[in-house]
Ligand binder design. Structure first.
Ligand SMILES: *Cc1c(COP(=O)(O)O)cnc(C)c1O
Length: 392
């Protein structure tokens, strides 16, 4: 089909016109159970009444003023983030990529201002994904992202995911930051080992290096804690956020300690749309629900139960699946068959799943999904697995 849209997306032959809770509806009224949440974005499901109200209220007041003026909803959202995390300072963006850009600039500027003129290099890890800007693809270094787009930006060094020794041997005179996803998302739902992340923190402390966490996918309750670093007992210096924080409205931010943020002086960075009133009003409504009593513990409980169900599915179907991994409602099934087969079959069962690297199928349902809908998802997975197993 000819389309005026740049053909960079490998789209499924599906289109939705409406969404309610964990369900999406096509123009024909066919309902699909959304186990992808727009890639971990619609964390409170579709047509969430509180988010609609917050957006409508702000839409009737004011849409945009620019950052030439102070924006009260932006201040309020920033205060909520600061009160509930390691952070002292917030910079608002419209996407994950921009949050990563801010994080990278912040780390370099910190050491520049301190007079460490050689500390420019950023260590990243194989299998990582940090977005699609030139800096973000250079950071990841993955062939799939960089092919044809060179020359890449210098100043990034990619190391094996999980190997502390390689980090220990780096020349700390050159390194300003370590950038890592505590749970790799696009890379195939690969959580860092506890020793690895705490080890990185220790090396960063010893060698005067900033630790930047990319929590764009794993944050905002996805892992069962507000940020996944809380599972590790690690305190970062800078955290990149997006996806879930807007619940479907484009919003992101870069969080930092006072220390790490200290180089970002007046006029050094900015964004026209970042921290727009509409986005921030929705962001506040999202956080109100995420921080409401029992919300995060319910994500952990649902996640644990679903994980056990998936483990049983893997055990029963060793020719289809290899293993399950992840935390909270950020789960991945590593497949033995091609993951696209599982995803195609799921469409036939009216179940939306998301592919990832390492031949993984991602399960990222809305965090407020009901137990009943999770059971339906499990039934769908069982029946499609049975069909794939039978066809082998
Ligand atoms: C999605 C994602 C990004 C990029 O976010 P965009 O909003 O697409 O720019 C970066 N890092 C991680 C871990 C992500 O999951």
């Amino acid at each position: 089909m000819a389309t005026p849209i740049l053909e960079t997306y490998n789209r499924a032959p599906l289109s939705f016109v409406k969404g309610t809770g964990s369900w999406l509806e096509t123009i024909n009224g066919d309902r699909y159970l959304d186990m992808g949440s727009g890639i971990a974005v619609n964390c409170l499901g579709h047509s969430n009444i509180d988010l609609i109200k917050a957006l409508e209220k702000q839409a009737n007041l004011l849409w945009h003023t620019s950052n030439l003026y102070s924006i009260p909803v932006q201040e309020k959202l920033a205060s909520k983030l600061v009160e509930n995390t390691f952070a002292d300072k917030v910079f608002f963006t419209n996407s994950g990529t921009e949050s990563i850009e801010c994080a990278i600039k912040m780390a370099r500027k910190y050491f520049f201002e301190k007079g460490f003129v050689k500390k420019k290099q950023i260590v990243t890890f194989e299998g990582s994904f940090h977005g699609r800007s030139m800096a973000a693809i250079s950071a990841s270094g993955a062939e799939k992202l960089t092919n044809g787009f060179g020359p890449l930006l210098p100043g990034f060094k990619s190391l094996p995911f999980g190997n502390l020794t390689e980090v220990e041997f780096l020349d700390s005179d050159q390194i300003c930051a370590v950038l890592i996803e505590p749970i790799q998302g696009e890379g195939g739902i690969r959580p860092c080992g506890k020793e690895f992340l705490t080890g990185l923190r220790k090396i960063c402390d010893e060698k005067n290096i900033l630790l930047i966490l990319d929590e764009i996918q794993s944050g905002i309750g996805r892992s069962g804690k507000f940020f996944s670093y809380e599972h590790y007992g690690v305190k970062p210096d800078i955290v990149a956020v997006a996806k879930g924080i807007g619940g479907g409205f484009p919003l992101g931010c870069c969080l930092a300690s006072t220390k790490a943020a200290s180089g970002m002086t007046l006029g050094s960075h900015g964004s026209t749309f970042g921290g727009n009133p509409l986005a921030c009003a929705v962001g506040i409504a999202v956080l109100n629900q995420i921080f409401s009593d029992g919300f995060l513990s319910s994500v952990r409980e649902k996640g644990m139960k679903f994980f056990k169900g998936l483990e049983a599915l893997v055990l029963k179907n060793p020719t289809v699946f290899e293993l399950v991994r992840g935390r909270g409602l950020m789960l991945g099934l590593k497949c033995k068959v091609d993951n696209s087969i599982v995803i195609e079959k799921a469409y036939k069962k009216k179940l939306l799943l998301v592919p990832a690297g390492d031949n993984v199928v991602r399960l990222l349902p809305p965090l407020n999904i009901s137990e009943k809908d999770l059971s339906l998802a499990m039934e769908g997975l069982k029946s499609l697995t049975f069909e794939i197993g039978k066809g082998q």
